[in-house]
Design a protein around this ligand. Structure first.
Ligand code: ADP
Length: 485
């Protein structure tokens, strides 16, 4: 039986809409909290894919005017998730991504689209739907950042609020001219409120006004207090550090399970590691790579962006090829970077294979077939691909930042001596340090017995949501109790 109600507020949720790890977390967390007595409903914008997936939606509220047009609040289920959906065609019913249009530019009305998300969340928090009055409102990233603000300025009795940072690089900053549209009291536009260097900051507002702040790894919780990591918000976060904590993300163990995965060529587990080899064969075939069974095969599954440090990998391909290694890369994003990898693949057929775009099946096959997964991020709040890599026995080769540093145990001599390494870390995040890591990984690959042991260590790592679920449950209970007092 659940005894605590949480409204999760988020702009994407797996498997309905996903651009990155945020969706994975939003999709997985409700389920892992159920055994801990917490019932979650998730409020999401009514993008076409969300509306289409709803099973027997029920209109639980009508808005005559929600940021420029009439709207309905729907309650329903989709893919096992209990949802509230904002059916506001003027804001969300359009082709394209959740944040950007077909021209690759942010939707010009994003300020209104995500103010609506925050305002409706606040409404639900204050009792708009009598059948579900949450004890806690949990806002994810800037898109939900105004939810704690609307609740704060409501002035009445309100639920507890938690703001989670999945990536501080995206802050949702808009010109001060949007202030009247928001419908908040005039004094909200101040340094103690939603004002951010003369503009409106949606994430800043949430960080300023939520009862608690979390981020997705303990390492990142430390980094965002520093000027390089905080990206302008470090001053505010230092002031609020008593309510800031890092809770490491888990992995959806059903979506990512090599023993049952139907998207890969051959299922395997820690006791049937030999069966993994068929995936490497299938992966090489898919990417038209030379059979060369002794070559070390590196994989990448990533957004192509400055954050992910893949320009450093593009600079390091000489080292990789010099080791007689191979590379498969699946990525979408930055066109210039994509062109560099496509060019490298063209120049090195049989050694480098590239697929551009978003491809769930290919992502799974790379995790199952590559020997090592490269994640050279400049910063990484948590990172999920290294977690799936651990689970699938692809040794993660990662920069020592944020959640990567927290989840991969570097195979240094001491780790080797007690048999605990699970991957390779490098620092600083430079091309030469990455090249050093590639070479070091190549050295480990020469000792196949050791490699197998490292794979087993990796696959034995607990990447589940179990620990995080307990931490979130405690946080929600604490914050609810505080409000009730
Ligand atoms: P971020 O959220 O910063 O993009 P994460 O590592 O937290 O990075 O999460 C990325 C998620 O998106 C993972 O589930 C990963 O498998 C998936 N992913 C990234 N790029 C692709 C792609 N091109 N095709 C399929 N899945 C991808």
């Amino acid at each position: 039986m659940s005894d605590l109600k949480v409204l999760s507020v988020v702009s994407e949720i797996y498997p309905l809409v996903k651009t990155g790890g945020l969706a994975d977390v939003a999709g997985a967390l409700p389920g892992v909290l159920v055994p801990l007595g917490i019932e979650t409903r998730t409020l999401v914008p009514g993008y076409p894919a969300v509306i289409a997936s709803l099973d027997k939606p029920e209109a639980v509220h009508r808005f005559d005017h929600l940021f420029g047009g009439p709207a309905r609040l729907l309650a329903g289920e989709a893919a096992g998730l209990k949802l509230f959906v904002i059916d506001a065609p003027h804001l969300y019913d359009r082709p394209g991504g959740p944040y950007v249009g077909g021209n690759g530019k942010d939707w010009p009305d994003n300020a209104a689209r995500f103010a609506a998300l925050g305002a409706v969340a606040s409404g639900i928090g204050l009792g708009l739907v009598p059948a579900f009055v949450p004890d806690v409102v949990h806002a994810h990233d800037w898109q939900a950042g105004l939810a704690p603000a609307y609740l704060h300025y409501s002035g009445g009795r309100r639920p507890g609020t938690v703001m989670t940072i999945h990536n501080i690089a995206f802050q949702g900053q808009f010109p001060a001219s949007i202030v009247p549209m928001l419908g908040l009291p005039p004094h909200a536009f101040s340094v103690d409120g939603i004002e951010y260097y003369g503009t409106v900051g949606y994430l800043k507002a949430g960080l300023q006004l939520a009862d608690r702040i979390t981020t997705v790894s303990p390492g990142y919780a430390g980094e965002i207090l520093q000027p390089e990591g905080g990206m302008g918000l470090e001053g505010l976060l230092n002031m609020r550090r008593a309510v800031l904590s890092g809770i490491l993300n888990g992995l959806d163990e059903d979506a990512w399970n090599p023993a049952t995965d139907t998207l890969i060529a051959a299922q395997f587990d820690i006791k049937r590691l030999k069966a993994r080899a068929a995936n490497k064969v299938a992966l090489k075939k898919k990417f038209a790579l030379d059979a060369d069974p002794d070559a070390l095969l590196f994989g990448v599954v990533s957004r192509l962006s400055w954050q992910k440090g893949l320009d450093l990998l593009a600079d390091s391909l000489g080292t990789l090829l010099g080791m007689r290694a191979q590379l498969v890369l699946l990525g979408s994003g930055d066109a210039e970077l994509a062109e560099r990898f496509v060019g490298a693949a063209r120049a090195n057929p049989g050694r480098i294979g590239v697929e551009l775009g978003y491809d769930e099946a290919a992502a799974h096959l790379i995790q199952a077939g590559a020997d090592a997964l490269l994640v050279p991020s400049r910063f990484e709040p948590c990172g999920l691909t290294q977690l799936s890599a651990l689970r699938y026995g692809a040794l993660p080769v990662v920069s020592r930042v944020g959640g990567l540093a927290d989840t991969v145990i570097d195979v240094n001599e001491m780790a080797k001596s007690v048999g605990v390494g699970t991957g390779v870390q490098f620092s600083p995040v430079t091309g030469s340090a990455l090249q050093g890591a590639l070479t070091r990984t190549g050295g480990l690959w020469q000792d196949r017995k050791l490699w197998r042991k490292l794979q087993q260590n990796a696959m034995a790592t607990d990447v589940s949501w179990r620990h995080a679920a307990v931490d979130y449950a405690k946080l929600f209970r604490d914050v609810a109790a505080e409000r009730a007092a």
